[in-house]
Design a protein around this ligand. Sequence first.
Ligand code: 5RP
Length: 223
Amino acid sequence: MNGKVNASKLALELIKDEMVIGIGSGTTVEIFLNLLGEKIRREGIKVYGVPSSYQSMLSAIRNGIKIVDLAEKEPEICIDGADQVDSKLNCIKGGGGAMTREKIVAFASKKVVIIVDESKLSEKLSIPVPVEVLPFAYGYVLRKLSGICKPKLREGSGKIGPVITDNGNLIIDCDFGIIEDPEKLDKELRSIPGIIETGIFPSKIIDAVIVGNSKSARKIEKS
Ligand code: 5RP
């Protein structure tokens, strides 16, 4: 938990008065938003935010961030977590099932900064890639995916049956083993009709990753 807190504290230094921020999702982002809420109250600053999920929208509101739409404002910086980050700063996201809106907010932002604890770092990406699938296309997409990976429909806890995303869709977690070319795989997956988005965030859209451990945090800029 301290790694997430230390990464969030370093990211907080990037946020200034009157800024519009893209807001990712997950527990690290929740910690960041709570710290930002304290900063807003302490310094009397104003921060606008475009959230990527119901979770981050409610947390942003609780913390005094004014919610805006992408039609009104272009976020200057997007702060988001990740499930795995490779040595080139490619990421896998979607552990919370919010990757489609997260990716839209990230692409729409001028800068993208990922905050993680160091357990998320890996030389290469290797955890299952979540893909968001239109329910109508489920059978077709599952057959296509079965030819290239080990696919598994994500099931919920707290409700029987599949997880339904904030967009009303299904999630299939796709195990490819070690991923040699994340950007190519992302494109290949998105070429299957019915796949709306994937959890692969190619390094070309990531500006920096802030990595926290139990004592401190460091910022890795893209080389
Ligand atoms: C949600 C995400 C999260 O950012 C990712 O799962 C990391 O979560 P956490 O900060 O809780 O470890 O992609 O869709």
